[in-house]
Design a protein around this ligand. Structure first.
Ligand code: KG4
Ligand code: ZN
Length: 340
């Protein structure tokens, strides 16, 4: 079974071909990603109109290249998977129309994948992880703690009531005059900083629901930064380190609460999983690995190139759906919002 996956929901244009290995893990035969970061950097964030136009310009070539690298011409593909949302609607429409066209012309099943579900299922592609597991899904647009019980069977245990974690990193970076996207920049700065110099708040710590709130933390950081103006480079590093340390504390506390809630809805988890762009953060990964170890769970996070948006995760989610007969027809809509 070979699945083509197409991803255009945000600022990465991606196409990949994935197949199922004998060990029940995925095999990535091709994984082409073209980032538009340079085109959005000047604006400090993704501009939807620019993103949509950039997807149109490169998607067909990227798909052709993925098929070629995989050594699999379109007639030998078993299904066309596409992220049909959630995301910026212009980009989603471009990916979906392209996938529908390919499915129609080549007479292949269409698999309309939820982008968040694709992040959630990635550890099954990379590690063959069995259900159920506790997932921290953290990206620029989403922050959720989810009991992943099966394909299409998810129980949300917590979410953010304001900013997503990645969004908070991005806003802090912008505030401090660092580049976009902010997460990697803030992490790099934090490596040379003192995490204890600023006593930033840890919002939601100790709350019984596994929800997040990050806007207060961001505001507290802004007040510290304004007090120090003009910022020396060590100030920036210390602010980043203090911010990241606060986020780590909050994440660990929220995961602790979610682990407790997990037992009530899904029994005993096979692992603690981190996915989404924020899962690339080394400090968060290390803290979660230690926390999982303390409660006798393994910690699984995709390798860095599969943390951010990519086509392989879409292809894999499509493969999981096709195996279960969950095929879509050509009327399936593009969705800007699509809770999972
Ligand atoms: O999943 P993703 O590639 O795109 C979506 O938002 O769907 O996630 C991108 C987000 C951005 O907010 C980015 O700043 C954040 O993930 N991110 C990080 C790191 N690398 C990426 N946040 C913290 N530390 C990082 N190393
Ligand atoms: Zn994503």
């Amino acid at each position: 079974m070979k699945i083509l996956g197409i991803e255009t929901t945000c600022d990465e244009t991606a196409a990949a071909v994935v197949t199922l290995g004998e060990d029940e893990r995925g095999r990535i035969l091709a994984n082409e990603v073209l980032s538009q970061i340079a085109e959005h950097a000047a604006y400090g964030g993704v501009v939807p109109e620019i993103a949509a136009r950039a997807h149109v310009e490169v998607l067909d070539r990227l798909i052709a290249r993925a098929l070629q690298r995989a050594g699999t011409p379109l007639p030998e593909i078993d299904g066309i998977a596409v992220a049909a949302g959630p995301g910026l609607i212009g980009g989603v429409l471009i990916g979906l129309v392209t996938a529908k066209t390919l499915a129609l012309v080549a007479r292949k099943p269409l698999l309309a994948v939820n982008h968040l579900e694709a992040h959630a299922l990635t550890p099954r592609l990379t590690d063959g992880l069995a259900f159920p597991y506790l997932l921290l899904l953290a990206s620029g647009g989403h922050t959720q703690l989810v009991a992943v019980k099966g394909v299409g069977d998810y129980v949300r245990l917590g979410t953010t009531i304001d900013d997503a974690i990645g969004e908070a990193f991005d806003k802090v970076a912008k505030l401090l005059g660092l580049g976009y996207p902010g997460g990697p920049e803030v992490e790099r700065q934090a490596q040379g900083g003192d995490p204890e110099r600023f006593a930033l708040p840890r919002p939601m710590l100790g709350r019984r629901q596994a929800d997040f709130s990050l806007s207060g933390l961001k505001t507290a950081l802004r007040i510290e930064a304004e007090r120090l103006e003009p910022l020396a480079s060590q100030d920036v590093a210390d602010l980043c380190a203090s911010f990241q340390a606060a986020v780590v504390d909050v994440v660990v506390d929220r995961v602790r609460v979610a682990l407790r809630a997990f037992a009530g809805v899904a029994g005993h988890p096979t692992a603690l999983v981190a996915a989404g762009g924020v899962a690339a953060n080394g400090a968060i990964r290390r803290a979660l690995a230690a926390q999982a170890g303390e409660v006798g769970l393994s910690f699984v996070a995709p390798p860095l190139p599969l943390c951010g948006d990519n086509g392989a995760m879409i292809a894999w989610a499509g493969l999981e759906r096709l195996r279960l007969g969950l095929v879509d027809d050509l009327t399936v809509p593009a969705r800007a919002r699509w809770p999972f």
